[in-house]
Ligand binder design. Structure first.
Ligand SMILES: [Mg+2]
Length: 393
């Protein structure tokens, strides 16, 4: 049964990571989230989440800007609206606010979750239904230490959790990076796929010499070797090497996807709901990939199980997802925000059953990890439920 949107709250949440996560632009020890809680007149809840890596270091938005864009410029338009009008509001958001795709994505996720819960169907069903029941799940080895990464990879293989390993490189001497990645690729040769993410750190000359070394060591894929705007360099690298070149920072909108496809500047597209501006924009990008014959990889921004479930429902509806995904965010965090963890086993992540995204908030955990001291009013069974604070702030 459908019912109008009554309230939209955006809560900032910080959760520490289990180990430091080292990338070309910084080291992460805690992840930040803007969690959107959308409630309808019958007390049903839809959840959305935008996560940023290193504040505004990866993209232009931070969780703080996301919260204010939603609260001040987006949410007020949607109070009283019918959440079933998914595309109508996704399009309207581009009129109300320019850019700010992470903020729009979080809000659209919450609307999608709520719309699906109102109908009692999984969210994937509103995106055309699932084409994947499960997706191969990568793990990122990013401790910054080669031996520790190898040990961590061996553990993941033995637990049958992951057989795709992504290495974060680009933060130091390129020759050392190549030696580090090559040693890991050779160690796991024939047992796991090893790929690297450079996060834009190299120039063209450095990329040419480094990728030659990585290719020789058996690295299967190079993610975003150079600056996001250098499609000309991406094109030359994709042409020059057999190792796959993947666009991540270079690809946000479907217009970016079209430009990349037209110039053959990437062999693989990394999809993320937040950078695209929501599930519908992600499906549009995937359609461009499919038309161009380009395979896709399900990326992440180290989401909690809320964002991860949203990504998973969307990726499960995309036939072009043929290179696996990295929806391991919840495994990197010391804790989560949901009552039931997502199912990850046999080297894959499995679509979560249940209405909407199939995840429910653990209110005590939300209260523990939320940043601001305000109490969140979450209607439970139609009544306002005030979550008690369980720790001093
Ligand atoms: Mg990346």
């Amino acid at each position: 049964m459908t019912s109008p949107i009554r309230s939209i709250e955006t809560v900032l949440v910080d959760i520490p990571t289990r180990r430091q996560h080292r990338l070309s632009f910084g080291t992460i020890t805690a992840q930040n989230y803007a969690l959107v809680i959308m409630t309808d007149e019958d007390g049903r809840i839809g959840l959305g989440e935008a996560s940023t890596i290193g504040g505004p270091a990866w993209a232009e938005e931070s969780t703080e800007t996301i919260q204010i864009m939603i609260e001040r410029y987006l949410a007020p338009h949607m109070i009283g609206a019918d959440p079933q009008h998914l595309l109508r509001y996704a399009r309207a958001m581009d009129v109300w606010v320019r850019g700010n795709r992470f903020a729009k994505a979080a809000l659209q996720m919450a609307q999608l979750d709520l719309a699906a819960r109102q109908l009692g169907v999984p969210a994937v069903q509103l995106m055309g239904g699932q084409v994947h029941d499960s997706i191969p799940l990568a793990w990122t080895l990013a401790s910054g230490d080669t031996d520790r990464d190898i040990e961590e990879g061996e553990e993941k293989l033995a637990q049958r959790k992951h057989e795709i390993f992504k290495l974060k490189i680009g933060y130091g001497d390129p020759a050392k990076d190549v030696a580090h990645a090559s040693r890991i690729a050779r160690h796991f040769s024939g047992r796991a796929r090893v790929q690297v993410d450079v996060n834009q750190a190299w120039d063209e000359a450095c990329a040419v010499s480094s990728i030659a070394g990585l290719e020789e060591a058996g690295i299967s894929l190079i993610e975003q070797p150079v600056a996001r705007e250098r499609l000309d360099v991406m094109q030359r690298l994709a042409h020059r090497f057999d190792t796959l070149i993947m666009a991540d920072e270079s690809l946000s909108t479907s217009a970016d996807a079209f430009a990349l496809a037209r110039s053959a500047a990437a062999d693989v597209f990394a999809l993320k709901l937040t950078k695209a501006g929501g599930p519908w924009a992600t499906l549009n990008t995937a359609a461009v990939a499919q038309a161009a014959g380009i395979g896709c990889y399900g990326g992440c921004m180290l989401e909690t199980s809320v964002g991860t479930a949203a990504y998973l429902h969307c990726f499960s509806a995309i036939p072009a997802i043929t290179h696996g995904c990295e929806l391991f965010g919840p495994l990197l965090l010391v804790d989560d925000l949901v009552t039931e963890p997502l199912r990850m086993s046999e080297f894959s992540i499995h679509l979560h059953p249940g209405a909407g995204f199939g995840v429910d908030l653990d209110l005590a955990k939300l209260d523990f990890y939320r940043r601001d001291p305000r109490r969140v009013h979450i209607p439970m069974n139609g009544a306002n439920h005030v979550v008690p604070r369980i720790h001093a702030s």
